[in-house]
Design a protein around this ligand. Structure first.
Ligand SMILES: [Zn+2]
Length: 194
């Protein structure tokens, strides 16, 4: 078995041994809020936002973008599970800043192996041939960090399935300091109606 798999299962066994009364947690998040954020390994929403099991919904994808699938989760979160405040949290040094759709299409067409990140951006180590399928995908990259937060909040705000009463706050997490910095124009765009 793989070393990582061994480690994960060992960690899980220890966690389950100390599970306490968490089996009694309710399905709806106790503190009634949701965080949409990036999958970046340096971000731990439970730590940077003070969450315990059962507290809040966390929706993650590459970039923390307001994709159709992220919005699907958010609508479920409010409509069925009662969250009433939403945070969109992107971060500094996000990988999504370092490529665009054309480059990703080219990289995948050249090779399916992991690219390397150089000063000039991502680059294939070798090019044995990959697939042109990547040219048909919208990767939701981030040309401008603050603008992406504003656009994501605005997209969620104006979505016909999103309740206008939900305030949506926009932030950028600083990976150098651990601090959440508000994008005021995003929070303004996400203001609740009424
Ligand atoms: Zn990221």
């Amino acid at each position: 078995m793989s070393k990582i798999r061994d480690e994960v299962l060992a960690a899980n066994a220890a966690y389950a041994d100390d599970f306490g009364d968490k089996g009694d947690l309710a399905l709806p998040p106790a503190r009634g809020f949701l965080v949409l954020t990036c999958m970046d390994a340096r971000l731990d929403p439970a730590k940077y936002a003070g969450l315990a099991e059962g507290d809040a919904h966390v929706v993650r994808n590459a970039g923390g973008r307001a994709t159709d699938d992220a919005i699907r989760s958010m609508v479920i979160s409010h409509k069925l599970l009662g969250t009433r405040e939403w945070f969109v949290i992107h971060h500094t040094d996000c990988g999504m800043l370092f490529f665009d759709d054309t480059q990703m299409g080219d990289l995948l067409a050249g090779s399916l192996e992991t690219a390397e990140l150089t000063a000039e951006g991502f680059r294939n180590v070798s090019e044995p041939g990959g697939s042109p399928e990547g040219r048909y995908v919208k990767w939701h990259t981030i040309p401008d960090q603050a603008r992406a937060v504003i656009e994501d909040v605005a997209r969620i705000r104006t979505h016909p399935l999103v309740n206008p009463s939900i305030p949506i706050y926009g932030y950028v997490y600083d990976v150098k300091t651990g601090r959440l910095n508000e994008i005021e124009a995003a929070t303004e765009a996400g203001r609740a109606a009424g």
